[in-house]
Design a protein around this ligand. Structure first.
Ligand code: 5AD
Ligand code: SF4
Length: 434
């Protein structure tokens, strides 16, 4: 029997889908397949912005035909959207062909839900309130070689006023530090070359007595030839100890994802972010003092309720001052139940779109300049895959810059030295010298 998983959203969801695959394997679905050949299709949804939801709704809707043609096909919907208030009911009504619905606190039960569905005709909809569970007992089917993800914590306590994550993922739960280190050891032994520690806000990790910088330090001491990354960091909990640990270990990439969201103090306050533009820039200055080559990437939202043109200009100027290597940029999307959704002064879409496009231009220009600076130099790339269209291998350097190159034998999982010959937009092109 074969399975197909459709994932929306972030790296956390991608890793969660690896765990879903682990559960499916235990239930006898031995092989991954295209959507048309699968005996079970699982949607792991995201609700962080409206377009992620619309996308999922569209794709689930398209399966009506599959179900008509293949009567014993099982269709399951899980993830953040399933856990969102009122959405389970909507899915129940809108998609009568969905067999199983499970929320974010039900992952451990997915196997049982599949058994139940196989034994009965009735649909199995199971939503649980949060019980502080973690998913550490599930063995994932890893799909990202040479990269591997490791959860260090689940949930979020921050309640940024625009964000739905705390409502659908529950309160912060940190994993035991020994378990995290053991998983990193195993991954290193298995030959993974890039290990990423995952949490909504890794800086507030607390595994008993162990803080995040201590955990990172322990992970970096694990033997093996691998890179270590972590995401996401919250500027309010950023610390000098963290910078020290990054600086101390060669294994830890000199690269940090530090979402700023806005350059305006008034908007940051409305967003409930608990830092100012000045504090953020001081953190970057500290990083650059200690680790001059450290790349900083970020997330930015434009069009938050009441954001003025001048406040947007403050975001543009912060982009320059912070010297971001790249950024994920979003138009604010109202999420029902969050504080910001009820605020007055929602920004019209055309204005938000215009701000986004100006912001993208500014960030891209910076990103291009950094890439152009590589030409004529060499860098170390971890080869991650092969681009069938370009007929070139690809991979990233420690700062996250993508490089393309030719190779005669399979290079995936190897560290190579790339002599950069040209930069095309953001990406680097060159040949391997070692
Ligand atoms: N609208 C737009 N962007 C959002 N993000 C979170 N919630 C929203 C929202 N309602 C963005 C933030 C966060 C990233 C993961 O998604 O920038 O850092
Ligand atoms: Fe959402 Fe803020 Fe938590 Fe990130 S830190 S998941 S943006 S509430």
């Amino acid at each position: 029997m074969k399975y197909h998983i459709v994932t929306y959203g972030c790296q956390m969801n991608l890793h969660e889908s690896e765990k879903i695959a682990g559960i499916l394997r235990e239930k006898g679905y031995t092989e991954e397949a295209d959507i048309d050949d699968a005996d079970i299709i699982v949607f792991n949804t995201c609700c962080i912005r409206e377009n992620a939801e619309n996308h999922a709704f569209g794709n689930i809707g398209a399966l009506k035909k599959h179900k008509r043609e293949k009567k014993d096909l099982i269709i399951a919907v899980g993830g953040c959207m399933a856990q969102e208030k009122g959405k389970a009911e909507l899915i129940r009504q809108k998609f009568p062909f969905v067999d199983i619905l499970f929320g974010t606190h039900n992952l451990n039960e997915l196997g049982d839900l599949i058994d139940k569905k196989r034994a009965q005709k009735k649909r199995v909809f199971s939503l649980k309130e949060e019980r502080g569970e973690t998913e550490d007992n599930i063995t994932p089917v890893r799909t990202g070689y040479p990269g591997a993800w490791v959860n260090i914590m689940y949930g979020c306590n921050n309640f940024c006023s625009y964000c739905i994550v705390p409502y659908v993922r529950g309160r912060e739960r940190s994993r035991n530090a020994d378990d995290v280190v053991r998983e990193v050891e195993e991954l290193s032994k298995e030959g993974y070359k890039e290990i990423t520690l995952l949490g909504q806000n890794v800086n507030s990790y607390r595994g008993g007595e162990t803080s995040f910088p201590e955990l990172l330090d322990r992970c970096a001491r694990v033997e093996g030839d691998f890179r270590l990354r972590f995401m996401t960091s919250h500027p309010k909990d950023f610390s000098a100890e963290l910078v020290e640990v990054i600086k101390k270990h060669k294994k830890i990439c000199n690269s940090i994802h530090l979402p700023v969201q806005s350059g305006s103090n008034r908007i940051l306050n409305l967003m409930n972010r608990h830092y100012t533009r000045e504090k953020y820039l001081e953190e970057i200055a500290l990083l650059r003092r200690e680790i001059p080559d450290c790349a900083v990437t970020t997330d930015i939202i434009v069009g938050f309720p009441t954001e003025t043109e001048d406040e947007f200009q403050e975001t543009l100027s912060l982009v320059k001052e912070a010297g971001f290597a790249s950024a994920f940029m979003f138009i604010y999307s109202p999420r029902t139940g969050t504080k910001a959704a009820a605020m007055e002064g929602q920004i019209p879409e055309e204005i938000a779109k215009d701000r986004l496009s100006r912001l993208i231009d500014a960030v891209n220009e910076q990103t291009r300049q950094i890439s152009a600076g590589y030409v004529g130099k060499s860098c170390e790339i971890l080869c991650e895959g092969y681009d069938e269209r370009k007929k070139l291998y690809l991979g990233r350097d420690e700062y996250g810059r993508m490089g393309y190159f030719e190779g005669e034998k399979c290079l995936i999982g190897k560290f190579v030295t790339l002599q950069v010959e040209r930069a095309n937009g953001i990406s680097l092109y060159g040949s391997i010298v070692k």
